[in-house]
Design a protein around this ligand. Structure first.
Ligand SMILES: NC(=O)c1ccc[n+]([C@@H]2O[C@H](COP(=O)([O-])OP(=O)(O)OC[C@H]3O[C@@H](n4cnc5c(N)ncnc54)[C@H](OP(=O)(O)O)[C@@H]3O)[C@@H](O)[C@H]2O)c1
Length: 305
């Protein structure tokens, strides 16, 4: 597993990470097997959120590992805050309280990374700045980032926040390419030309913010997996052909497609299946050609102007 250079920090992170959104209902043994499989594959970066499984994902993760300081040091832990029942909340009080809860559930005294989960319409960036400084200065959080934010929202935050924003976690997969489509279709009057997120892809590259694509195997908003799905026959044909060429599974090709983008993204796997973790990890050794990357993009139903 290759490591990824993440700007403005000293994290020695794997270029593929494992998301823990779906682990809450698993047995302790199955969670342990999943995490150890990831570690054995060289995945040392784990993504959480205080709301996953109502807090249970974080708690069951540390329980499954029998978390100790020594185990903790073998991994990079990221979590998110800012989602409450019926509201988003980036207030200082909520951020500080949420981090305390995550630290307790993960059985650790520090987070490597804290992300703001979904934009709060009532955000007061001065408060976020105070919360981040308190957390940073106390050693409870090393680095900060955002999730699902557009360029102007990040600009607003960074006017006040002193620490660098190192990540933006965004929905991106072969079948969710709005941020790529808008760049390809500039100056067109078709639907893909609609710039829905303020050129977030180019903005993140400009500002050295690493994009973490979430739901790399899903189409729509959690509608299902596009791999081996009859709704995407041409795409699967293309992916399967490339999988045969590279001697890997279709999961690896789906992740390799994200890794091939020169923005140097860090995809987050959501599988709970150790076999799929192993399969997907093979993506780290694949560098698709420019032609192959575009062939997949077109096989997903996209057109070039
Ligand atoms: N920032 C945000 O707003 C946000 C939102 C959503 C997610 N996330 C993060 O992103 C991570 C990944 O999201 P996700 O779980 O939706 O991603 P995903 O990897 O696209 O989807 C995983 C799901 O697809 C299933 N799956 C079925 N067939 C598969 C195949 N052939 N290959 C791979 N998976 C297959 C998995 O089942 P099995 O478990 O049986 O393999 C699992 O239920 C989450 O864990 C979370 O950390 C962030």
């Amino acid at each position: 597993m290759k490591k990824i250079k993440i700007a403005n920090c000293d994290l020695d992170a794997s270029e593929i990470s494992l998301g823990c959104m779906r682990i809450a209902e698993m047995t302790k043994q199955d969670i342990a097997t999943l995490i150890h499989t990831a570690l054995d594959e060289g995945i040392n970066f784990f993504d959480h959120a205080d709301v996953y499984g109502g807090g249970q994902s974080e708690a069951r993760f540390s329980e499954a590992l029998d978390m100790t300081p020594r185990v903790r040091e073998t991994m990079i832990l990221q979590t998110k805050c800012g989602i409450r029942k019926g509201a988003f909340d980036f207030s200082k009080a909520h951020i500080l309280e949420a981090v305390e809860g995550s630290l307790q559930r993960l059985r650790t005294d520090y987070l490597d990374v804290l992300l703001l989960h979904r934009p709060d319409a009532l955000v007061e960036p001065e408060e976020v700045a105070e919360a981040f400084t308190t957390l940073h200065d106390s050693g409870k959080v090393k680095y900060f980032g955002v999730s699902n934010q557009n360029p102007m929202q990040i600009e607003l935050l960074t006017k006040f926040v002193k620490q660098p924003i190192i990540f933006n976690q965004l929905q991106l997969s072969i079948t969710n390419t709005g941020m790529i489509d808008a760049g390809i279709n500039v100056n067109m009057e078709n639907d893909p030309s609609i710039n829905r997120d303020g050129s977030i892809l180019d903005y993140c590259r400009l500002k050295d913010i690493t994009i973490q694509p979430w739901s790399p195997f899903q189409f729509g908003f959690f509608e299902g997996v596009f791999l081996d799905n009859d709704q995407f026959p041409i795409l699967n044909q293309k992916i399967d052909a490339l999988a045969a060429t590279y001697g890997v599974t279709n999961s690896a090709i789906a992740i390799a497609w994200l890794l091939r983008h020169p923005a140097h993204m860090q995809p987050i796997l959501g599988t709970t299946n150790p076999g799929r973790v192993r399969d997907s990890s093979k993506a780290s050794g694949i560098w698709l050609t420019r032609e192959e990357w575009y062939e997949i993009y077109l096989a997903a139903g996209n057109k070039l102007p």
